[in-house]
Design a protein around this ligand. Structure first.
Ligand SMILES: C[S@@+](CC[C@H](N)C(=O)[O-])C[C@H]1O[C@@H](n2cnc3c(N)ncnc32)[C@H](O)[C@@H]1O
Length: 291
């Protein structure tokens, strides 16, 4: 079977030519231009078998990103699987904001290098992006999670980063534990930026999430508790103790949680908090800075 025929078959079975192209790119190891130029060629049998297995997985409802096994996040090619949440575009916005806060902190402090923590790192997306994009400002980036399997995935991604950007990967420190418990005590009062995309779905909202999310992504990455704000609360209330003066906490929140998150930040003792919008214009990131 030629790749063109394979593409037609996959498009028909998935009802999406776009997804079929993703699968063929993944199975052949070719980028889009290479794939298009090779459409007239016979697909090797291992490649056709791999496409067939990928089609079965996708048709059973598994997210495209898990089927492909890797997914892009701010220019990084991250390994993704059911051990951790699929990194989302709104989290790329959080990284933009965390990098701006890091730049501001670095400019205002005498410290030549800053320390950063990404709490609830999952695949490692936030920590790796910060390490990759601001290595020169960093002493270390702590990537923590309570899930051992998520941390295994983050470790694999850290190794992949080490292959292409060893200087950035050398800044990463992985640790397991619940929120701040994972961090060494020497970091108390030392962090320039705390970034976190914690779970923020309420138990009652879980049933309203897309089936693909609920059935395939880890519940521990989504469900915060009865109210949905519980993990955001823990991250915000703990932040002042761990931040250096002038440091910031940057937290992803659900679209309806801005008011509650600002209130919690005041309860935590932050006087200047703001809520930033994502690419869709929704209020999705709380930023609070320690005086
Ligand atoms: C919404 S996911 C975010 C994953 C990744 N940071 C991202 O943005 O793609 C939340 C992460 O928090 C972790 N988590 C849940 N409860 C935690 C806790 N008590 N302490 C630390 N991490 C926790 C989950 O295992 C999951 O990896």
């Amino acid at each position: 079977m030629t790749r063109r025929e394979l593409l037609a078959l996959a498009s028909e079975r998935l009802g999406s030519r776009e997804e079929a192209v993703w699968l063929l790119e993944g199975a052949s190891g070719k980028n889009l231009a290479e794939l298009v130029l090779s459409l007239g060629e016979e697909a090797p049998s291992e490649e056709a078998d791999l496409v067939s297995r990928m089609l079965q997985r996708r048709q059973s409802g598994e997210p495209l990103q898990y089927v492909l096994g890797t997914w892009g996040f701010r220019g990084l090619d991250l390994k993704v699987d059911a051990r951790a949440l699929i990194p989302r575009p709104e989290t790329e916005v959080l990284v933009d904001i965390a990098l701006a806060e890091l730049g501001r902190f670095a400019a205002a402090t005498a410290e030549p290098r800053c320390r950063v923590a990404d709490l609830g790192t999952g695949s490692g997306a936030i920590a790796l992006a910060i390490a990759s994009e601001a290595a020169e400002l960093l002493d270390e980036v702590w990537a923590t999670d309570s899930s051992g399997s998520a941390l295994e995935l983050a470790r694999m991604n850290s190794s992949r980063l080490a292959d292409v950007e060893p200087h950035a990967a050398a800044k990463l420190r992985l640790a397991r534990g619940s929120w701040y418990e994972a961090l060494p005590r020497r970091l108390v009062g030392e962090l320039g930026v705390i970034a976190s995309n914690p779970p923020y779905v309420a138990a009652s909202e879980m049933a309203r999430l897309p089936v693909e999310v609920v059935e395939w992504e880890p519940a521990a990455a989504l469900l915060a508790g009865p109210a949905g704000i519980e993990a955001i609360r823990e991250v915000l209330l703990g932040a002042p103790r761990w931040l250096a003066p002038g440091g910031s906490v940057v937290v992803e929140i659900g679209a309806g949680q801005a008011g509650a998150a600002v209130e919690i930040s005041h309860e935590a003792g932050f006087c200047c908090s703001s809520v930033r919008r994502d690419l869709a214009g929704l209020p999705r990131v709380l930023v609070a800075c320690l005086k």
